[in-house]
Design a protein around this ligand. Structure first.
Ligand code: GDP
Length: 528
């Protein structure tokens, strides 16, 4: 197969959802269709349970699962499909944001009864910012829930999407009978009380046909015709280009648990979802079909076993072909590296591979060379853009509780920050270290890991910060900037990349600062 054919086979995507909407269940059903797993229950949920805050064994167990489910690949209809796992738990949102830099499209799962939930809003916003093509799957149609039209409205208003249905439910909850597939113009009907079985798929080209009445009964047929009339009147026709640009999002209905509507989703997905896309660097745009390999690190996973300290760096291949035992340039460090045992991921295992292609993810064993966002190339010097850090929500000073172990603490903090567990800010005034996180859970994870992996002891101290603002000034030599630095000196810090950050203690402070120092631009994202 040619390079281009290999790359065109690949579809790499992420499923985003609020916890409990059905991401794990849907993933499993997709893998079942691909024949990648044999039975339900094979995919472990990597959910961090609510009570986990103080249960480290649970966190570890979950972390172990999360490496196993980081990438799940399967073949379907001649395509190679890579699913990248995205934690739904809000304390791990930053992980999910970064993973979304490595997908070419996304499926958004929504619970029919709960509608659009908080995490969904945040994650969809990130996809929207990057114009990532999205499909929407309304799940749990076997339960009583919101009306399909109301839900479509909610998706438009709360998620800011423009939707058009490609499948339509026939009934809901107890009366849920099946799905009309708008994309393929056919009907799947449940049979049996348990709604587990799908009778033959029936092609219905003409909705006015009496066959429809025979199939689902006159009342349902009448209702379906009316609803589809309305659908036609209200929603635009599906347009591939608009979907690819992130301007139009097709919607599917179904029940992942009952494996209903999933095949409709998957068939449409393999037809319409994008193949690997080009990506911007600081020098030029890189196309997937270029002969030379390039890729970037979007996730680093540490081995929790202290005896095996190596880490696994997840690299999304952006262009060309990655080969085992071949020299590549680690651009940030300016050094050449080769990898003897790169891992590729399959449904339920990882294996050493000789070659992988643009769109794929390879796992590289790493002893501390990689940092999230690092670029690997075949020799050319450029850096992929677009792994920004967002302002953390929580901030605490971190102190050394064991003076004999200062080095270990330093190294531990450094490596944990490289993994992207949290963000480190070093205060300009006194070099004190401040750790910023998305959720309180991370502080416990960090403390625990520092102790168990690095033999260091850390304590925290409260530090009241509302938001981290990355600073942009055109000219550092103005009176205004000097004055800003003088007034705010206690709140100025450097991030891991030595960028200047203002740790503002309130929304009011931010507003006042903007008014008083208009030439100092404040950003809530590290890349601007
Ligand atoms: P995740 O947190 O998004 O990964 O959600 P899970 O896949 O773990 O599902 C959460 C719960 O919803 C589990 O108890 C599932 O069995 C259940 N569930 C998932 N899909 C459906 C569905 O289509 N119908 C019903 N009734 N329950 C479902």
């Amino acid at each position: 197969m040619s390079l281009e054919q290999e790359i065109n086979k690949r579809k790499t995507f992420g499923i985003i959802a609020h916890p409990d909407a059905g991401k794990t269940t849907l993933t499993e059903k997709l893998l079942l269709f691909g024949g990648a797993i044999q039975e339900a229950g094979a995919v472990k949920s990597n959910k961090i349970k609510k009570g986990a805050t103080s249960d480290f064994m649970e966190i570890e167990r979950q972390r172990g699962i999360s490496v196993a489910t980081s990438v799940l690949a399967f073949e379907y209809k001649g395509k190679k499909i890579n699913i990248l796992d995205t934690p739904g738990h809000k304390d791990f949102a930053e992980d999910t944001y970064r993973t979304l830099t490595a997908v070419d499209s996304a499926i958004v799962v929504i619970d029919v009864a709960k509608g659009v939930e908080e995490q969904t809003i945040k994650l969809v916003e990130v996809c929207r910012m990057r114009n990532i093509p999205m499909l929407v799957f309304i799940n749990k149609m076997d339960r009583e829930g919101k009306d399909a039209f109301d839900l479509m409205d909610e998706v438009e208003t709360k998620l800011g999407l423009s939707v058009t249905p490609l499948s339509w439910p026939i009934g809901i909850g107890a009366t849920f009978k099946g799905i009309y597939n708008i994309w393929e113009k056919n009907i799947n009907i449940f049979t049996g009380d348990n709604k587990q079985k799908i009778s033959e798929t029936t092609q219905i080209e003409d909705l006015t046909s009496p066959d429809l009445d025979k199939l689902i009964g006159e009342n349902y047929a009448e209702n379906l015709r009316n609803e589809l009339d309305l659908v036609n009147g209200v929603y635009p026709e599906f347009d591939q280009q608009e979907y690819m640009k992130g301007n139009l999002q097709p919607v599917f209905f179904g029940s992942a648990l009952n494996n209903f509507g999933v095949r409709e989703l998957l068939n449409a997905f393999v037809d319409i979802a994008p193949t690997p896309q080009s990506k911007e660097t600081d020098v030029r745009i890189v196309e997937p079909y270029e002969n030379k390999f390039s890729g970037f690190v979007f996730k680093i996973h540490a081995n929790m076993d202290p005896k095996h300290r190596d880490r696994l760096a997840f690299v999304k291949i952006v262009s060309g072909k990655f080969e085992r035992n071949t020299n590549y340039l680690h651009v940030r460090q300016g050094k050449s590296m080769k990898f003897a045992s790169p891992n590729a991921f399959f449904a339920d295992k990882k294996e050493v591979v000789d070659e992988s292609y643009a769109g794929d993810i390879v796992g590289l064993h790493d002893t501390g060379n990689f940092r999230i966002g690092d670029t690997l190339t075949s020799g050319e010097k450029f850096n992929f853009k677009g792994i920004p850090a967002f302002s953390p929500e929580h901030f605490r000073y971190i102190n050394n509780a064991d003076p004999m172990k200062a080095k270990q603490l330093e190294k531990g903090i450094d490596q944990l920050m490289d993994e992207g567990v949290a963000q480190l800010f070093t205060l300009e005034m006194n070099n004190r270290k401040v750790i910023g996180t998305v959720g309180a859970l991370q502080y416990e994870v960090i403390q625990y890991r520092l102790e168990h992996e690095y033999g260091a002891k850390a304590t925290y101290e409260p530090f009241s910060v509302h938001k981290a603002c990355w600073i942009e000034v055109e000219d550092e030599n103005t009176e205004e900037f000097r004055e800003f630095k003088r007034v705010k000196q206690r709140y100025l810090a450097r991030d891991k990349y030595n960028q200047l950050v203002f740790l503002a203690d309130s929304a009011f402070t931010i507003q006042m600062t903007q008014e008083k120092f208009p030439s100092v631009k404040l950003h809530f994202v590290s890349e601007f």
